[in-house]
Ligand binder design. Structure first.
Ligand code: GTP
Ligand code: MG
Length: 696
């Protein structure tokens, strides 16, 4: 990749709802640009970008996959992202580091839930965007419907640059509405087409689309606008230049119909990428933070500025090792230089820059502004780190991670599995920022959390296949707590007279309820030294330890005040140990008399669904003991706000998918604790007793 100019680089992401055809388009582009000689298929599990065994097992993409290649003198860095909703964060992470995006919209289903999401990313990161109306050769493909769906639901600045010739099984080419040239494909899977004029029956449609497009394009250029309004004919070249300007400034989002499997229209997409998408130099500066201060500075895409890049992806191959994917936002770097990780404050050696094509890579000696490449074996680098050169301390802002919505408790099957688990989990977490792993003190469970059941399924399958760790999984335990509803007093007296020195401790406790979430307080109300000062801390310690284990069902007791107000001691036999035991006895008795209850975590949940699913979602939440707080419109969708016990939500990712045929998304966060209804509390207490009996 030597002697390249940043002007000739195009860095883009393919994004969409799951299955719209991104991976197939990538494959066709690689074929049409001569990089591969045989076109693979997702269903045959032999595409360049779906190379991961987990992807091939499921015939869907799971990770974003980079293909860098040359086409007509340009370097194209293409990130093929996964569209399945559990992996939407990969799409967002990709959108952060590209200059442009192609949103694939399935010609037979139009705008879907995830299409809307990726459109939000397009707006958030302000990347130049084109729409690819995909799978035009499939039955029920309907270009007009897909376009009006986009115009009505996403943006009215999306306008056809090409119109399809035919559709479904008879889809055979496309017409450029600006130039009036038509491209009719042989239909034999090659990229060969015959160029011609507009088919007569399409003349009116092409002319109308042309007028509409030109009206938009000239808005990007005042001079052109004046001449257009004066009725002047604008040259093809002028229109081309203005269209490029309009695409880069997001005033127009061109729409192109195509089909990757029969390879029709893919060349036109490639040409549009080269012609209309920005080079890195066309992009506005990126914000960064200077040193430890919060001072925001701008990083301009200048090849002569100091080298600045962002690591946006880490891939750990069990054989090749770790690869860190970086996007260069300014300057250039050679592989014989050192790279400085500003975020970690560590300098690391670069062995080479890998120019990636799926899982394969070739070595390159340099990287320049606009490039994406992978660097092997940067030990201290993780996702979202800023990589620069020594002496620089500017950092790109951190990435906001989504909260996990689905969790499983995991249990190693054998001792050997337990020993290997730590390493395996560390490796997969390094690659995937949206996975979380934690041991919960409350319940003792080791919990793996992520963005949905598919996400965890993939993670568990990787742990098993790559790292040979066998695990059982269970629905996590609810972190119940115990508390009291009224005040009660009790005495705890521990007295033991054995051979030598005896044991003596005696305390009187009064427990009273405190506000939810306020924890445990301890009050010394002893008068006249009936319990000597030196035994008070031991009494408190005994209380707090006993509270950890609870009284009614073994869950931590919380939110009460304990006052020690009386007691007695023995000159010889009293000890800290004896007072700890006495305190524990007093606590248990008083707690049992103070109307103890179980409380459970309540979540705030936000469910985003199309209007027609709102009723089902509300009905379902009601049946889960949920409380609907409100419904707010969000674009064409509705957000149902509710509170619902956590115990009812462990499988919500799966439930919502089946309720809405995958059209719903949700997020949740902990809110507060509430009393468990008596019938459910009884079941929890009975289950705890059963476990306690088994353990005895
Ligand atoms: N007939 C036809 N089928 C297509 C076309 N493009 C993709 N498909 C099929 O649609 C399915 C999904 O295609 P993919 O390329 O995997 O779609 P994707 O957007 O990469 O999917 P995810 O990565 O899982 O989001 C596969 O079965 C493809 O063979 C097309 O142009 N025509
Ligand atoms: Mg894919």
């Amino acid at each position: 990749m030597g002697n390249r100019k940043p002007e000739d680089i195009r860095t883009l992401a393919l994004v969409s709802h799951g299955g719209a055809g991104k991976t197939s388009l990538t494959e066709a582009m690689l074929f049409d640009s001569g990089v591969i000689t045989r076109m693979g298929k997702v269903d045959d599990k032999n595409t360049v970008s779906d190379f991961d065994p987990e992807e091939q097992k499921r015939s869907i993409s799971i990770n974003s996959s980079l293909s860098s290649f040359s086409y007509k003198g340009r370097t194209i860095h293409l990130l093929d992202t996964p569209g399945f909703s559990d992996f939407y964060f990969e799409q967002r992470a990709a959108m952060r580091v590209v200059d442009a995006a192609i949103v694939a919209v399935n010609a037979s289903s139009g705008v879907e839930v995830q299409t809307r999401k990726v459109w939000e990313f397009s707006e958030e990161f302000k990347v130049a965007t084109m729409f690819y109306i995909s799978r035009m050769d499939k039955e029920h493909a309907n270009f007009e419907n897909a376009v009006s769906d986009i115009q009505g639901g996403l943006t009215n600045k999306a306008l056809p640059l090409y119109l399809p010739i035919g559709g479904e099984a008879s889809f055979k080419g496309l017409v450029n509405v600006l130039t009036g040239r038509s491209y009719t494909y042989k239909g034999d899977g090659t990229k060969d087409f015959a160029e011609g004029d507009v088919p007569a029956e399409m003349a009116d449609a092409v002319s109308a689309a042309r007028d509409e497009l030109i009206e938009r394009i000239v808005e990007a250029d005042d001079d052109l606008m004046m001449r257009y309004l004066d009725g002047e004919t604008l040259s093809e070249e002028e229109l081309e230049t203005a269209l490029r300007k309009a695409v880069i400034s997001r005033m127009v989002f061109p729409v192109i119909p195509a089909a990757s499997l029969p390879n029709i229209g893919v060349v036109q997409i490639l040409d549009a990428i080269c012609r209309y998408f920005p080079s890195p130099l066309d992009m506005p500066p990126r914000n960064a933070v200077k040193g430890d201060a919060d001072e925001v500075i701008e990083i301009a895409p200048d090849i002569n500025a100091p080298f600045m890049s962002l690591c946006f992806k880490v891939m750990v191959d069990p054989y090749v090792g770790k690869l860190s994917f970086i996007r260069a936002f300014s300057g250039q770097l050679r592989s014989d230089q050192m790279i400085y990780n500003v975020t970690k404050g560590v300098e690391e050696r670069i062995s080479s820059f890998r120019v990636m094509r799926g899982k394969e890579g070739t070595d390159s000696k340099e990287i320049i502004v606009g490039d994406i490449a992978a660097i092997p074996k940067l030990d201290s680098t993780t996702v979202a780190d800023t990589l620069s050169v020594k002496g620089q301390d500017n950092r790109f802002p951190p990435i906001k991670l989504p909260k996990p919505v689905y969790s499983l408790a995991i249990f190693p099957k054998s001792r050997a599995d337990e020993d290997k688990l730590g390493n395996a989990v560390r490796k997969i977490l390094e690659e995937d920022m949206t996975l979380k792993f934690a041991k919960y003190q409350d319940t003792g469970d080791s919990i793996l959390s992520g963005m949905g059941d598919m996400h965890l399924d993939v993670a568990l399958s990787r742990i098993k296949d790559r790292y040979k760790v066998d695990l059982d999984t269970k629905v996590p335990k609810v972190a119940y707590r115990e508390t009291i509803k009224k005040t009660a007093k009790a005495q705890g007296k521990y007295k033991k007279q054995t051979g030598g020195r005896g044991q003596y401790g005696d305390v009187h406790f009064e427990l009273s309820p405190r506000e939810r979430g306020s924890g445990i307080t301890f009050e010394d109300k002893v008068v006249g030294g009936v319990v000597p000062k030196n035994f008070i801390p031991a009494s408190e310690k005994g209380l707090r330890e006993a509270a950890q284990k609870g009284v009614i069902a073994g869950y931590p007791a919380v939110d009460f005040n304990c006052a020690i107000f009386d007691g007695s001691y023995h000159d010889v036999d009293s000890s800290e140990m004896a007072f700890k035991i006495a305190a524990s006895m007093a606590f248990k008795k008083a707690f049992a008399d103070a109307s103890p209850i179980l409380i459970e975590p309540i979540m705030n949940i936000f469910v985003t669904v199309p209007e027609d699913a709102v009723g089902d979602v509300m009905g379902d939440l009601n049946s889960r003991r949920g409380r609907i707080l409100g419904i707010d419109p969000e674009g064409r969708l509705q957000v149902v706000r509710a509170q619902c016990p956590q115990a009812e939500l462990f499988r919500y990712a799966i439930i919502l998918r089946s309720l809405t045929s995958g059209r719903g998304t949700f997020s949740m966060e902990s809110s507060h604790y509430e009393e468990v209804p008596p019938d459910i509390a009884k079941k929890v207490i009975d289950a705890a007793e059963k476990v306690a009996d088994e353990e005895e």
